[in-house]
Design a protein around this ligand. Structure first.
Ligand code: COA
Length: 645
């Protein structure tokens, strides 16, 4: 840097990021038809094609709407953000646990009793507060894209929402509020939940942050009060597991009383929550059991707490960050998804696990000074005068118990190879895994299905995610040949695989660069509503409605740590498939619903294992264009006797 210029060098991280583009209409419609083709019958596809073509006709409805959208986008920092938030979360009336709030499971911790639990929780809280200092100063280093235009700055807004937002249930629609924006002072307390009771723990006292020792003292006090106070405390937290409209109605009833209003206010404004859980009662790390079994139990604990007789009411699902520590070494969190994506949560976890691993001497340097005179944590009170409240709790209990029992969950580490293998084949690991998931689904169900994969839009102002759709014609052709539906030589299969990966990679790149289909169609649909236009036929088409139900809901959450994200299926006949590709293994969290006779997470997991091995074997097996094995019977891309002849 030249002398004298340092003060004038423009800091590129201060410049606003580009705005999300509005993709060209024709390109989106063309891609939309490509999305429908592998899923629909020939007749259904023809019907939808006519509708789409009519919508895209020169000078027609689509073009007029697109023009309006371009004008609207000019007026917004991110034209799709509010519509997307409503569509994805705030207008979704389903309960938050399992299908909406993801769980994050930490590596199992080495304690087996309450003393260890509280010590760990105190250290964890201290680590979170340590991270929050950086958040409050808005001093996180700005992330940059690692590939596809590497170095591009990424939007950091969702990191800053982790400790400052709260989702309020609504009768027609929820709202995401930011208590920090109100006239109230910044919150200085967290809420600790123990035996379904809520405690206000002030983490700043007399302008000083509590030390780890202070926090431990307070946690011990909380446990003592929670144990002695009431035989069977009212399980108010269970109400937050109910459907959003039901919970909105019971919250309105709670709000009628000033004691309840005060308790709700303390909960809603807290920085984060810590749930001191009881164990689910499974023996952990039994040497006769594979370690994946521990992961399965911990994932259940994060997602639903083990039902109402365990920890389901030891939660408050509307709060963005709930950290969970059980007395058997299970630890992790469950987060309310509407403010942020997993990527922001993962960065926090990485900080925490590093903090927890750092030796005590170093932590002592970091920690705040101990305060001698600490006020006792305050237990929140509820005035539950009407029978209606107890009825609401009973109904919510029954529902969450059914949901918890229904969750069919498998955690697996595929250890034969990791992302280094597809890389060695010059293939995008993400595209490779997505293709494997398509083949698995095809082998199990005999067809492809609408698939959701989160694609980060953080290259743009207030960017969240769009959808990478992995069910393509190319994937279908490959899945058919890998499932014995069509015969193909090794050489042909390799070609089909390469074509499917190339297509998937191109779709992924287009989407993360702002040219995805789902957000664009959503924008056109919602704008038509706002303009009070009659619903365009393209959005009334049953094929469009079905294309927004996702029997395969997938997401990559990358971290070098051996912790993982999990979530339930988003439709009754669906799967949740979260994965984390490490260099030499891939971790998958697969979910389905037991009540659905068509799906099974165990069969999915076993098929996935086989498919990943088959794909590797295919790529490693020698083949030349000459060694045709098809005996003239190959049918590729719908043509008799494909390229190998
Ligand atoms: N040959 C060799 N290596 C390749 C390759 C190829 N053809 N294509 C990609 N790679 C490399 C990349 O350079 C990268 O290298 P790295 O491990 O050194 O970083 C690695 O393989 C991974 O790349 P890829 O698998 O293509 O995916 P990605 O890391 O770019 O991620 C998405 C793709 C879609 C998952 C990502 O862009 C994204 O959007 N993530 C956020 C998802 C999200 O929000 N999830 C949370 C929801 S709660």
């Amino acid at each position: 840097m030249q002398a004298g210029t340092s003060g004038n060098v423009p800091d590129e991280t201060q410049k606003p990021l580009p705005k999300l583009p509005v993709p060209p209409l024709n390109a989106t419609l063309e891609k939309y038809l490509q999305i429908l083709k592998p899923i629909l019958s020939v007749e259904q596809y023809e019907n939808s094609r006519k509708i789409v073509e009519e919508f895209g006709r020169a000078g027609g409805e689509g073009e007029r709407l697109q023009q309006k959208l371009l004008e609207y986008a000019e007026t917004k920092r991110n034209w799709v953000y509010d519509w997307w938030l409503d569509d994805m979360y705030l207008r979704n009336p389903l309960p938050l646990p399992i299908s909406s709030n993801p769980g994050m499971v930490f590596p199992k911790q080495p304690f087996h009793d309450q003393a260890g639990q509280l010590k760990f929780a105190a250290r964890l809280i201290s680590g979170i507060l340590d991270y929050k200092v950086v958040i409050d100063a808005r001093a996180l280093p700005v992330d940059r894209a690692r590939s596809r235009k590497p170095g591009q700055l990424l939007c950091m807004e969702q990191y800053y929402r982790l400790f400052s937002t709260y989702r309020v249930p609504g009768i027609t629609k929820d709202s995401l509020v930011s208590p920090g924006c109100s006239l109230m002072p910044e919150p200085e307390h967290i809420i600790v939940i123990c035996r379904n009771q809520f405690f206000v723990l002030d983490v700043i006292v007399n302008f000083k942050r509590l030390s780890e020792e202070n926090l431990l003292t307070q946690l011990k006090r909380i446990v003592t009060i929670a144990m002695q106070d009431e035989e069977d405390p009212p399980p108010v937290g269970i109400l937050t597991t109910d459907g959003r409209h039901e919970w909105a109605a019971s919250r309105a009833r709670l709000m009628e009383d000033s004691t309840n209003r005060d308790s709700l206010d303390m909960i809603e404004r807290c920085i984060f929550m810590v749930c001191l859980d009881q164990s689910l009662g499974f023996p952990m790390t039994d040497i006769d059991k594979p370690i994946d079994q521990d992961d399965v139990h911990m994932a259940h604990q994060m997602l639903h707490g083990g039902g109402s007789d365990k920890n389901a009411a030891n939660r408050w699902y509307d709060k963005t960050m709930q950290f969970i520590v059980s007395d058997d070494g299970a630890a992790g969190l469950v987060y309310e998804h509407s403010p942020s994506e997993g990527v922001a949560v993962v960065q926090l976890i990485e900080h925490l696990l590093k903090y927890l691993d750092s030796d005590t001497r170093k932590r002592k340097l970091l920690r705040a000074q101990s305060i001698c005179e600490l006020p006792y944590p305050r237990k929140l009170r509820w005035k539950l005068l009407s029978q209606q409240f107890y009825d609401d709790c009973e109904i919510a209990k029954q529902k969450i118990d059914l949901l918890a029992e229904d969750l069919d969950l498998q955690i697996t580490r595929f250890t034969d190879y990791g992302k280094n293998f597809p890389k060695s084949q010059n293939m995008s690991p993400d595209a490779y895994i997505q293709l494997a998931l398509q083949v698995v689904y095809y082998r199990m169900h005999g067809h492809l299905t609408h698939t959701y994969e989160s694609a980060s839009l953080r290259r743009f102002q207030h960017g969240r995610v769009d959808n990478i759709r992995s069910a393509s014609m190319q994937a279908l052709w490959f899945a058919e040949t890998m499932s014995g539906k069509r015969y193909a030589t090794v050489h042909e299969k390799k070609q089909l695989m390469r074509a499917a990966i190339d297509h998937q990679t191109e779709y992924m790149v287009q989407t993360i660069l702002g040219y995805g289909v789902d957000c664009h169609l959503l924008g056109l649909r919602e704008l038509a509503k706002e303009l009070k236009w009659p619903t365009p036929a393209i959005f009334a088409d049953v094929a469009y409605r079905d294309s927004n139900l996702f029997p395969l809901s997938t997401s990559q959450v990358l971290t070098r740590l051996d912790c993982f994200m999990c979530y339930g299926p988003v439709v009754p006949n669906g799967y949740g498939a979260a994965y984390n590709p490490h260099e030499d293994y891939i971790l998958f969290a697969i979910t389905a619903l037991r009540s659905n006779p068509e799906t099974s997470s165990l069969v999915f997991r076993e098929t996935l294992n086989t498919v990943l091995l088959d794909m590797q074997e295919l790529l490693l097996s020698p083949s030349t264009n000459g060694d045709c094995e098809c005996n003239g019977h190959a049918e590729i891309n719908g043509k008799e006797n494909g390229e190998c002849h």
